[in-house]
Design a protein around this ligand. Structure first.
Ligand SMILES: *Cc1c(COP(=O)(O)O)cnc(C)c1O
Length: 309
């Protein structure tokens, strides 16, 4: 792994998804396969981490600390990148230490990440800003990476996901939203005529618009639309209709989705198409932001494609 190497890789393809629904409504649906970048640091995570890690190296830090929940793709990606780049890494994990660590946490530990568990309240005080939080004394020598890479360096990296010249032909760009860092980067390169749609992975995240706004110089642009209708009960919550949809979508397209982010986004896209949200002739680019490692927390057999990861 080389911090100076361009991260837009040939491995990433743009796949076309054809179905009765898209054909019937005359909608073109394309998927940017960022999940193919790398099995662990897949999707948007490497983009969001890149400038933080480069800054840490420039400033001579040997240790980094970052934040996430027990199934966090960001924790998994940071643990792997830190090992590759010879940083000592600490992951501060939201909530009490579980009796059995999640797949994500044991994988992070196997990569050498030291895990610290913080109560939700202390975690929330710590996750975004070094200096006013309960952990800063413990990790004084560590370079601080906010939860999910939230912040201007994360946005700068996410702005490299799409190249303006490559995306002119799409009328809509659609992505999952957690912290909002990725979509803030996408908004830097989308044209004002393109609608950028974020599908929130959280339930009633009323702070989201303000948080995205805080990442953008000129506030929320007119072409951004955040949709809160496809969280399936909340962050990392799932139900049978979602899992059935993910299996059907895989049979249709050969594209695996994760149940926390991209499965919900694709479900939302199909639902919006069926409700005539898009005009005939629309060309959608959905960003497959990765996250497939999270499916390992599901019991075997639920997803038809899990074993192939
Ligand atoms: C982290 C993650 C997101 C959310 O990205 P934000 O920049 O936090 O909004 C979306 N999709 C996947 C698969 C992720 O792992």
């Amino acid at each position: 792994m080389d911090l100076n190497q361009p991260i837009y890789s040939e491995r990433v393809t743009i796949d076309t998804v054809e179905s009765e629904l898209t054909a019937g409504k005359n909608i073109k649906l394309h998927v940017l396969r960022l999940d193919k970048l790398h099995p662990v640091i897949s999707g948007n995570k490497w983009f969001k981490l890149k400038y933080y890690l480069a800054d840490a190296a420039d400033k001579g830090y040997k240790k980094i600390v970052t934040f996430g929940g027990p199934y966090s793709n960001h924790i998994a990606a940071t643990a792997y990148a830190a090992k590759q780049l010879n940083f000592d890494a600490v992951g501060v994990i939201r909530g009490e230490q579980p009796l059995l660590p999640s797949h994500t946490l044991s994988a992070a530990r196997d990569l050498g990440m030291e895990l610290h568990f913080l109560s939700r309240d202390d975690y929330n005080l710590s996750k975004r800003s070094a200096g006013i939080n309960p952990i800063d004394n413990r990790f004084k020598d560590h370079y601080y990476i906010p939860e999910g890479g939230f912040g201007s360096k994360g946005v700068a990296g996410a702005a490299e996901i799409l190249h303006p010249g490559d995306i002119i032909k799409y009328t809509h760009i659609i992505t999952a939203v957690g912290t909002g860092t990725t979509i803030a980067g996408i908004l830097q390169v989308a044209s004002p005529q393109q609608e950028v749609i974020g599908i929130s992975a959280m339930k009633n995240n009323t702070a989201l618009a303000d948080e995205i706004s805080s990442l953008l110089e000129n506030g929320i642009p007119g072409n951004l639309r955040i949709i809160h209708d496809y969280h399936f009960g909340g962050y990392a919550k799932k139900s049978q209709p979602l899992l059935d949809f993910m299996n059907r979508f895989y049979r249709l397209s050969n594209i695996p989705l994760d149940f926390v982010y991209t499965g919900k986004v694709m479900y939302g896209i199909f639902d919006l198409i069926s409700k005539n949200y898009f005009s005939p002739g629309a060309a959608i680019l959905m960003l497959h932001t990765g996250g497939l490692q999270g499916n390992r927390s599901l019991p075997p057999g639920i997803l038809e494609f899990r074993e192939k990861m």
